[in-house]
Design a protein around this ligand. Structure first.
Ligand code: 5CA
Ligand code: ZN
Length: 443
């Protein structure tokens, strides 16, 4: 599937450090590796039944920051993202609103692309819808059945009376592979059971070997989309889609598997389990998760409807750079609640930076020196030299802050402090803000 056009990413004069990231699987901040000069990234994409809200945007901006840091460190990034364009909540919304599920998915994916482009998020090289890889998923499920990692469960409401939903045998995988329940999440069983039921699992389904065994393949029901497969006509379960798409496009044991913290369990735990059962190899080195953005007291979510949509903000005339700054003002791992004050702070910040870059007096220092203030308008060329040492130090400190578990709030504060006294804004600073934070403050 096509993704969206890439923003320009200016080159920086020197290489940055390889970033370090919090790994959910180890509980430690670790160097996000890049073997052979490449870094593999798989980030869980949207389920397109409603448009991009600020929670989604915040998650994709966090991994965009990682992508930008890897590039600044001289690595080639292999980035894949999926679109869950067939799943229960999407089908339910389509039925409830009387829209064909394919149209709903296509229209919301389009809106998402538009939002990502406006936010200047670097697109994934491979943007893959589940409906594009159903065949591969069917083969993977059938392989798991053959190798004893999956089993059928009696399914009275199946269209074909002999057909059975296919489930993953967690105990067998824990016994026969390096994966074990908790490898990625480090959650205890009680927490897992609670989250499994909350997030699409079916702990009470009769016939399962373990309440936590997840669905791999749902055989055809009346009124549901279906595809032929070796395990019977039907449609994919959720975790297997990300395992198969990541293995196909990023490979085994890649650098970073990403998504929001609502995906820690069961989604990422079982994506890793399925992939390891299929290949015998670990899924990803680092499992990175973003905090949840809340609104009006609760997690911003399509199912609750408490949404601030990126497209609505844009339609209201809010500058996409302001949205970026509002989101990057919070550390990616923190849970936080969005209020209008976030946008107001970001608006004021962007105005200060843009004014400084345009040569307006930035802070008392610049105002005191009429010559410098007047000269600042022509910044880049001949006047850059005057403040280059300072600018180079700033860029180094920005890179260090961001490489330290993507500390964007610290990076923004460093920039605020620098702009307070800057008389001239050299091109290297404009480019660094663009390359690392995706915000262009001057032409
Ligand atoms: N399609 C699946 C992943 S395979 C899915 O979770 N889709 S989603 O549309 O519900 O979410 C898309 C991404 O945004 C996921 O990484 C999810 O963890 C993240 N996300 C969802 N809500 C929030 C929120 N309120 N704050 C931060 N991130 C969020
Ligand atoms: Zn996923």
């Amino acid at each position: 599937m096509h993704s969206w056009p890439s923003p320009d990413v200016p080159a920086l004069p020197s290489r940055g450090p390889v970033p370090r990231l919090f790994n959910q699987a180890s509980g430690q901040i670790e160097a996000a590796p890049g073997t052979d000069g490449t870094a593999g990234l798989y980030v869980c994409g949207i389920t397109p039944y409603d448009a991009t809200h600020l929670g989604h945007a915040s998650t994709y901006l966090a991994f965009d920051t990682l992508n930008r840091l890897w590039r600044a460190a001289g690595l080639t990034v292999e980035y894949t993202q999926n679109v869950t364009d067939v799943d229960d909540p999407l089908l339910e919304r389509a039925t409830a609103t009387g829209v064909d599920w394919r149209e709903l998915a296509a229209s919301q994916t389009d809106l998402f692309r538009g939002d990502m482009e406006a936010l200047r998020v670097i697109p994934p090289a491979d943007y893959i819808a589940v409906t594009e890889v159903v065949d591969e998923i069917g083969h993977a499920v059938s392989e798991l059945v053959e190798t004893g990692f999956a089993y059928g469960v009696p399914t009275p409401d199946a269209l074909n009376e002999n057909a059975q939903d296919v489930y993953f045998d967690s105990a067998r995988a824990a016994e026969a592979t390096s994966w074990f329940l908790g490898l990625e999440s480090r959650y205890d069983t009680a927490t897992m059971l609670e989250l499994f039921a909350e997030r699409g699992g079916d702990p009470g389904r009769p016939g399962k070997r373990d309440p936590l065994d997840p669905l791999l393949w749902r055989v055809a029901r009346a009124g549901e989309p279906e595809w032929p497969s070796a395990v019977g006509a039907g449609r994919p379960g959720w975790h297997i889609e990300c395992a198969v798409i990541a293995l196909k496009h990023v490979g085994q044991n890649f650098a970073v598997q990403g998504g929001g913290s609502d995906l820690i369990f069961p989604h990422h735990e079982f994506s890793a389990a399925h992939a390891t059962a299929l290949t015998g190899e670990p899924f990803a080195s680092i499992h990175a998760h973003t905090g949840m953005v809340a609104y009006q007291g609760e997690k911003m979510s399509k199912s609750l409807g408490n949404l601030v949509l990126v497209s609505k903000l844009r339609a209201r005339g809010v500058d996409a750079r302001t949205i970026r700054l509002a989101l990057l003002g919070h550390h990616y791992r923190s849970d936080w609640e969005y209020t209008d004050a976030d946008l107001e702070r970001a608006t004021a910040r962007l105005e200060r930076w843009v004014a400084a870059a345009a040569g307006a007096a930035a802070g008392a220092g610049a105002a005191a020196d009429a010559d410098s203030a007047a000269d600042a308008g022509s910044m880049a060329g001949e006047h850059a030299a005057a403040s280059t040492p300072d600018a180079a130090a700033l860029v180094t400190r920005l890179l260090e802050a961001l490489a330290d578990d993507l500390d964007t709030p610290r990076a923004l504060t460093l920039l605020d402090e620098w702009f307070e006294t800057a008389r001239v804004v050299p091109a290297v600073v404009v480019d660094a803000i663009d390359a690392l934070l995706g915000i262009r403050i001057a032409a």
